[in-house]
Design a protein around this ligand. Structure first.
Ligand code: CTP
Length: 413
């Protein structure tokens, strides 16, 4: 399965002869559906021109930490925040040493240091440099910090020697990078996700709804599938493609969503309620299009069922995670919502004025019974993966604290 479609991949190129292969790497990443940006070191630009990588990536190439114009347009922090993953290929011995030391003395090293997305490096160097204890120690340090080392391969080297130190081929790097998104933390689990708005009919042509785009819910479903879960996504009306490997059920109203959730939840280990469910619906749905007969009009509304609260109240409830969309007192309202609905975890986000709904970025403050964590502003895909990691961690904890019998029962179902 290709996990790179739509992912933001930042390719770092350092100064080694294998830099010529970075052009093909960038081309193949784009063929996999990734959005690619390239950061080069000064030495890399001696081996391959920024123009080549700009043409192949379709984006300007970033080179200089101290270029104020480039830094103002998209600085090292924005690049770090933008990336879903970083791949430095080729990674020279010098670059590996600098990253292991936590240096930020050029743009690429600064981005690596500022980035909390997964980092992979593809070492490329002479076989003697590769075998030196100093290189080994630097690599061990990076691996201890969860940096993925892809390669190197053995074979004939540019220097004429034969041994380990050749950069992996572009297709091997693409496969390795794709595999990094496949975490497996929810392997064998059933995850149910709701997404998007609901539409509450007024008459055959009109409805009440909200600005939810469905992006966050779809990103959560994607992240759950990448984490190895079997995912069912129940979505209100949105214009988004179904994530790979996800079973999708389309619904329209809150009542439809409630019915679909209650049917699907029986086998779920985890329920993530991301949908912006309408709290009210018109008390009566006019059978024909309403006519504008009077100067004023009003609509009687009745409460919709609270889907999240209903799931949390089930005797055999799965691990439940909800969202709290708030315009004010975000933390207090979110904590109150978690307690009132009886859910295991709540992810609070500020909405309104270009935030949260209908935007590509978001930030979350996540609360559970024994803790909380802030997930700073970033793309919804990356945020969803970070949230899924927290959910998986707390789900495992709740299994260990006694909910295990319930989950085992589902395992055998
Ligand atoms: N939710 C739900 N069913 C509803 C309303 C909300 O399942 N009828 C879920 C949402 O998917 C979200 C959580 O409850 O996970 C909180 O939704 P939110 O709109 O923030 O809060 P409400 O419960 O609607 O409360 P209020 O509008 O008063 O803030």
């Amino acid at each position: 399965m290709n996990y790179l479609n739509g992912k933001h991949i930042l390719v770092g190129v350092t100064g080694g002869i294998a830099a010529y292969k970075s052009a093909e790497l960038v081309r193949q990443l784009r063929l996999s559906g990734a959005v690619v940006r390239v950061v080069m070191t000064t030495a890399a630009a001696e081996f391959i021109t920024p123009l080549t990588l700009q043409a192949l990536s379709g984006n300007p190439v970033h080179t200089d930490l101290l270029d104020t114009a480039a830094e103002a347009a998209m600085g090292h922090i924005e690049l770090a925040r933008w990336a879903d993953a970083l791949l430095v290929a080729p990674a020279t011995a010098d670059f590996i040493a600098r990253v292991a030391e936590g240096r930020a003395n050029d743009l690429l090293a600064a981005v690596c240091l500022a980035c909390d997305a997964p980092l992979a490096i593809a070492p490329a160097m002479n076989r003697v440099m590769w075998k030196k204890p100093a290189t080994g120690e630097n690599l061990a340090k990076l691996q201890a910090g969860n940096v993925r080392v892809l390669g190197p391969a053995e074979g004939l080297q540019a220097c004429g020697e034969t041994g380990p130190g050749r950069m992996l081929e572009p297709e091997e790097l693409v496969a390795g990078l794709s595999g990094m998104f496949q975490t497996g933390v929810l392997a064998g689990r059933q995850v149910l996700v709701t997404a998007g708005p609901t539409r509450e009919a007024i008459d055959p042509v009109r409805y009440l709804s909200n600005r939810s785009s469905g992006r966050m819910g779809f990103a959560v479903a994607t992240a759950a599938a990448e984490a190895g879960a079997a995912v069912t996504l129940i979505s209100g009306p949105v214009s988004l493609a179904t994530p790979a490997g996800v079973r999708r059920i389309d619904v329209e109203s809150a009542a439809d969503m409630y019915a679909a959730v209650m049917q699907a939840v029986t086998v779920a280990d985890i329920f993530v309620s991301v949908a912006a469910v309408a709290d009210y619906r018109p008390a009566l749905v006019a059978p024909q299009k309403l006519k504008k007969e009077s100067a004023e009009s009003s609509l009687d509304l009745i409460r919709n069922p609270d889907i999240l609260a209903a799931v949390a109240a089930l005797p055999d409830a799965p691990f439940t995670a909800g969202f709290a969309a708030e315009t004010e007192a975000v933390e207090t309202n979110a904590q109150n919502k978690r307690l009132a609905k009886g859910v295991d975890m709540i992810a609070a986000n500020r909405v309104g004025a270009g935030q949260g709904f209908d935007s590509k970025e978001n930030a979350l403050h996540v609360f559970w019974e024994a803790g909380e964590q802030v997930l700073p502003v970033t793309g919804k895909g990356k945020l969803a993966r970070q949230l899924l990691d927290l959910i998986a961690e707390q789900f495992q904890n709740s299994c260990h604290q006694g909910k295990v019998i319930k989950f085992n029962a589902k395992d055998s179902a």
